[in-house]
Write a protein that binds this ligand. Structure first.
Ligand SMILES: [Zn+2]
Length: 216
């Protein structure tokens, strides 16, 4: 299902201009300047970092899963993958990857999907869709529900079966695995560090992720 292109980064954490932890279940939203590099670290392994990107100057132009998949001819992302927006604009390129597989199809968890996949009483659990909405609301401006598009699940393992179905499998990530993306222009990043307690992708144990940013 496409070659994993393992590339380690030479960037040093002590040279980062930003360094913070997102706890499981929490959200994060921030702008990258042109050329800045974002690293997302799966601190304990098997976590899922649900992520969306926007052109910071034209937020209605968000990450486009279908265009990104078509562009690279692969449903999984790894080093060299270019993430494009609905307009076709190149938002970011993955410049390092020590995990190997990042899901583009599974989407984020929601009250509805938790109910359908697991049980009706899961409806009130924390979920990534609500975390996204909370971050967008805190950001203000014109952001709303329509700005929630199919997202990337970094570190999440969603194999496609021979029948064409999707499975949510145990993760392929490991403690300390990371993905690094360089922004082509000013790009807004929206992350929900998945709070899912029902999903084998994070081994039923949601854990923190670390975010670092370098100027280039
Ligand atoms: Zn989630």
């Amino acid at each position: 299902m496409g070659a994993y292109h393992r590339v380690e980064s030479t960037r040093k954490p002590e040279q980062a201009v930003y360094d913070d932890i997102i706890l499981a279940g929490d959200g994060w939203m921030r702008d990258l300047e042109s050329g800045q590099v974002l690293r997302i670290v799966d601190l304990e392994g098997n976590q899922a970092a649900d992520t969306l990107f926007y052109d910071a100057d034209r937020p209605e132009d968000h990450y486009a899963a279908a265009a990104t998949i078509a562009r690279q001819g692969n449903i999984y992302l790894t080093t060299g993958s270019v993430l494009v927006a609905e307009s076709g604009k190149e938002l970011l390129t993955i410049v390092a990857d020590t995990c190997g597989r990042h899901d583009t199809l599974g989407g984020s968890c929601s009250a509805q999907s938790n109910t359908v996949r697991y049980a009706h009483e899961k409806e009130h659990m924390h979920n990534c869709r609500d975390t996204f909405m909370l971050q967008l609301a805190k950001r203000g401006g014109d952001y709303g529900k329509r700005d929630l598009a199919p997202n990337i699940n970094f570190f999440m393992n969603v194999p496609v079966t021979s029948q064409g179905g999707l499975k949510f499998d145990d993760g392929v990530s490991s403690p300390g695995a990371y993905v690094e993306l360089q922004s082509h222009g000013r790009t807004t990043v929206l992350i929900s560090n998945c709070p899912q307690l029902n999903n084998p992708c994070n081994a039923y144990n949601p854990t923190p992720i670390r975010i670092l940013i370098w100027n280039e």
